[in-house]
Design a protein around this ligand. Structure first.
Ligand SMILES: [Fe+2]
Ligand SMILES: [Fe+2]
Length: 268
């Protein structure tokens, strides 16, 4: 994550607790604090990891919100607009679910958010290019990496309520990834297109820039990596739904690399 951050509060109002609203708002299965020692290194590291996951999901909320705004502006087909809005809600629910886990592990809900990753700024590029960047960069590529890592993480950790929370968002992430492929296919098929496709060469060039950016990100938390060097703490982290840091990084690099073959298959 970037160095420049600001604090946001990830809390609930009491509205969602009122019976009138309760059925419209996702529940919190982690309402009670953990009985584990909140000061133990493993719990502190796990708390930070779930806070980071919360922030990543909120970045997803902001991204999907931006995407829906673009779709409204170009008067995209109604079903596509509705799906984008569903994605906003799903990312919001993922964010709240993971915040619930972080709070259960002692988080205050006051989280540092990276400024440069949080919101996507509109540019003066044509709207079809801004849409293509989101569909290809965020949905086709970014959601694929997120889905790969989620599936991998679920397989790395033992069964627990933390693992269940990850399993419960899996089908949503499948939807987000699939929308990337299917929307790009629609755009590429000029006869059915509601948004001009910027071309295969554009996609290839953008993929190169995207991969370069993804490889430049620092995704290893030094404290988390240190904790995994201790067998007892490592076992606790796995129980708390956190897979081994260095293995996670390796899987991340594999997922980024796999985007090349995924894009080749799509374009051929
Ligand atoms: Fe998500
Ligand atoms: Fe997603």
């Amino acid at each position: 994550m970037s160095e420049d951050t600001f604090e946001l509060s990830f809390n609930d109002s009491s509205l969602g607790e009122q019976s009138f609203y309760k059925r419209h708002v996702g529940g919190n299965t982690f309402a009670d604090p953990t009985s584990r020692d909140l000061k133990s290194p493993a719990v502190q590291v796990a708390r930070k990891a779930w806070e980071d996951r919360t922030v990543s999901e909120y970045i997803g909320v902001m991204g999907m919100h931006y995407f829906h705004g673009l779709l409204v502006d170009v008067n995209a087909p109604m079903d596509v607009q509705e799906l984008a809005l569903l994605c906003v809600l799903q990312e919001q629910q993922h964010c709240r679910r993971f915040r619930g886990i972080a709070s259960h592990l002692g988080s205050s809900g006051q989280l540092a958010v990276p400024i440069d990753e949080l919101s996507i700024q509109r540019t003066d590029e044509p709207l079809n290019v801004q849409i293509a960047k989101y569909v290809f960069g965020t949905l086709f590529c970014g959601e694929q990496i997120a889905l790969d890592l989620l599936k991998w993480s679920i397989n790395q950790v033992p069964d627990s309520p933390y693992r269940t929370a990850m399993r419960e968002i899996l089908k949503d992430e499948v939807l987000h990834t699939q929308m990337g492929t299917d929307l790009l296919t629609q755009m590429r098929d000029a006869s059915a297109s509601w948004c001009d496709y910027p071309g295969d060469d554009w996609v290839r060039q953008f993929l190169g820039e995207y991969i370069e950016h993804m490889l430049s990100r620092n995704i290893v938390d030094a404290e988390e990596a240190a904790c995994f060097e201790d067998p007892a703490q490592s076992a606790q982290l796995l129980e708390l739904g956190i897979p081994n840091t260095l293995a996670f990084k390796e899987q991340y690099l594999v997922s980024v690399e796999n985007l090349k073959s995924k894009t080749d298959r799509f374009l051929n």
